[in-house]
Structure formats: structure tokens, C-alpha cells
Design a protein around this ligand. Structure first.
Ligand code: 8OZ
Length: 374
């Protein structure tokens, strides 16, 4: 029987176990440049089978929050090279989550103070996080976006391609395409944010076109086996909505089955919230989604996330329901989560107040088990 603690090869990447650190936005990279504190944070968590970095903007236009890192300046890539070097030295594997926020941004974060871009000019009922001149943080309403012109889309695909190349050159083992949580790719996918009348809007095949073009651009550049993707079929995060998530995401995974990807990462339910959250009148059938992927020939590792505890993770892998489990909040508070899960040891409780922004407190100062029992 396969165990959560067994090694696995996902595409081109060999992992020591099936416990993954989920991508977690921490707003601790001023200037969009990873720093030595960020190096320590990832290095401390290198015993995870796989680390997925916090969402990382592929371009300045793809930025939507204060102090999140980027992949588009020499300084940022030099910073990431320190992170990947430290994680590899500690025996870990790390992929970067590639992010374009689309409409979940604010004019003050955009090049020349311009409007954020999206599939359509529909403002999200959502908030972003800004930092005031005096260094204090505030939440602000996301700005009204403008719809991308057809002629701008190839440029964004080129941005994804370049960022993927830069990520591999900075030492990452691969990339995760962020197609979840109501950001740009998800804004194209779901009808609540996409009312386009060209080949990128209307029927599902059209709304999914941008996603597949991003997958093409990245896999042609760095290879299918180093590319993973994250989707969140029913999350309401960032004002995402679609009346028929089952049909939409079945089409998406059937299309993804044509690539030999590293992994498919599914957020079950509302991101960071209830696992049984549903949009519309029927519960989402995750088993049917997985089945559709496999039936279409998909062979990538199946990674699941959202609210897993030790028991559910162990059981889900043993029963073959999933290949990998991504943990978010537990990894914030437990750098040695793998050891704690192995030993069935108690977990530290994460401190919500220090999730976003700040320094070492609530970031790199959570104790190891050995420091607690000593
Ligand atoms: C929390 C705060 C800001 C951004 C996501 C990148 O939901 C995020 C995010 C989460 O995917």
C-alpha cells in the first residue's frame, strides 16, 4: 500500500515524500525581490517532498499586492537563486508558482498607474493589500480593470514563456501555473468574469483557450515534465463564479491530459475555507473530475489541497484517491511538518495576525519539535 511518506517521481522531478508545501502569500519581499529572510523560510521547510513558492508575478502588470515577489527583474532572479540553492543544499525540491493577477490589482501597483487587465472590464468585488508610505498595511478595493485587446494576448503568453525560462535558470525544479483563485487565467475560464465575444469568450472551449495557450507557451520552453498547474473548480475567491464548474473543469482536465505534465493541483472547496463549498445546486464531484482526466489518458500526479489533516492525508494516499497532499497553514507554523506527521506529534498553531507582511515574527521563528521536547 502506498504511504504519504513514500517517494514519488512527478514528471521529471523526484520527490522524497508526498507531502507538499502549498503556495502561501506572505508579503515579505519588498521591491518584489526575495531576500535572506525568505531564503531562511524556505530552507527551514525543505523536508517537504515539494515546496511550491508563494505566488510570484511574471511581470509588473501581473502584480496585485504589496511586497509579493516577482520573476521579472535581475534582482528578483538573483534572490530566487539563493532560495533554490539553499533548498537544494538541504535536500529539497522547489517549484515557483507563476502568477498574473489580472483584475485583482490596484492602479497604484500597475505600470504607470494604469488600469489592471482582465478578460472583460468587470470589477471584482474583492480586496487587495497595499502598504502605505509609513509602512503600515491596508486592504483596498481592487480597481476597475480594462479588457485585454486581442492583439495584447500574444505578449502575455510571451511573458509566461520568458518567466518560465528565467525560473529554470534561477534553479527551480519546475513551475506551477496559477490557474486558480480568480486570477487572470481563472478570469478567462469562468463566465462571471468573462463576457468576451471573440475566440476567448462564450463557450467553454473559448474561455479555456487562454489557459491552454499558457500551458503551450511554458511546456514548449521548459518541458512538460517540469510543469504543474493549480485549479480551484468551485472557489468563490476573488469574486469567481461559474454556473457549471463541473463541465468547465472536466473540459480543462481532459485538455490537460494531452500533456505529460508533472502534476495537477486541485483546491477542493473554498480556498482556505470549507471543503464542501459548492457553487450552484450540486456538490462538485472531484472523483468524476479525476476519472475524466485519467480516461482522457492523463498520467500526471494528482495533488489535492485544502483543509487536510494527518488522518485524511494518510487515508487519501493509501486509498489511491490522491498522489500528493498540499498543506498550507500547517506549514506556516511547522517547518518540520513532515517529521511531525510521521511521529504523529502535536502541531504548532499558526498566528493569523502575521500571515501577511512583517518580518521574522510568525515567519521564521516557529520552533522545531526537537526544540520543544528538549
Ligand atoms: C492570499 C492573499 C493574497 C493572495 C491565492 C495568491 O489565493 C493568492 C493569495 C492568497 O492564490
Amino acid at each position: 500500500m502506498t504511504s504519504l511518506f513514500d517517494p514519488i517521481k512527478i514528471g521529471d522531478i523526484q520527490l522524497a515524500n508526498r507531502i507538499v508545501m502549498a503556495p502561501l502569500t506572505r508579503n515579505r519581499s519588498p521591491g518584489a525581490v526575495p531576500n535572506t529572510l525568505n531564503v531562511t523560510y524556505y530552507e527551514q521547510r525543505a523536508s517537504a517532498g515539494l515546496l511550491i513558492t508563494e505566488a510570484t508575478a511574471i511581470t509588473h502588470q501581473g502584480q496585485g499586492y504589496a511586497d509579493v515577489p516577482g520573476l521579472y527583474t535581475k534582482e528578483a532572479l538573483d534572490g530566487w537563486r539563493q532560495v533554490t540553492g539553499a533548498v537544494h543544499k538541504a535536500g529539497g525540491k522547489i517549484v515557483v508558482q507563476m502568477w498574473h493577477v489580472g483584475r485583482i490589482s490596484h492602479t497604484s501597483l500597475q505600470p504607470n498607474g494604469g488600469k489592471p487587465v482582465s478578460a472583460s472590464a468587470i470589477q471584482a468585488k474583492s480586496k487587495t493589500y497595499l502598504i502605505n508610505e509609513d509602512g503600515t498595511g491596508t486592504f483596498a478595493e481592487t480597481s476597475e480593470p480594462r479588457a485585454l485587446e486581442l492583439v495584447e494576448i500574444p505578449g502575455i503568453l510571451e511573458d509566461y514563456r520568458k518567466a518560465a525560462r528565467a525560473a529554470i535558470d534561477a534553479g527551480f525544479d519546475g513551475v506551477e501555473i496559477h490557474a486558480a483563485n480568480g486570477y487572470l487565467i481563472d478570469q478567462f475560464l469562468r463566465s462571471g468574469s468573462n463576457v468576451r465575444t471573440d475566440q476567448y469568450g462564450g463557450p467553454i472551449e473559448n474561455r479555456a483557450r487562454f489557459l491552454f495557450e499558457v500551458v503551450d507557451a511554458i511546456t514548449r520552453e521548459i518541458g512538460e515534465g517540469r510543469t504543474g498547474i493549480r485549479i480551484s473548480p468551485v472557489t468563490p475567491a476573488n469574486d469567481s463564479s461559474d454556473p457549471d464548474a463541473q463541465a468547465l473543469f472536466t473540459y480543462v482536465v481532459e485538455g490537460l491530459a494531452k500533456y505529460k505534465l508533472s502534476y495537477i493541483h486541485i483546491i477542493e472547496g473554498a480556498t482556505g475555507g470549507p471543503r464542501d463549498f459548492q457553487q450552484g445546486d450540486k456538490p462538485f464531484d472531484y472523483k468524476a473530475l479525476q476519472h475524466a482526466y485519467e480516461k482522457a489518458g492523463g498520467k500526471a500526479a494528482w495533488m489535492t489541497n485544502n483543509g487536510y489533516d494527518r488522518e485524511l492525508a494518510i487515508q487519501s494516499v493509501e486509498e489511491g484517491k490522491t498522489d500528493l497532499v498540499a498543506f498550507g497553514k500547517p506549514f506556516i507554523a511547522n517547518p518540520d511538518l513532515v517529521q511531525r506527521l510521521k511521529d504523529n506529534a502535536p502541531l504548532n498553531t499558526p498566528d493569523q495576525a502575521t500571515f501577511y507582511g512583517g518580518g521574522a515574527k510568525g515567519y521564521t521563528d516557529y520552533p522545531l519539535l526537537e526544540q520543544q521536547v528538549a
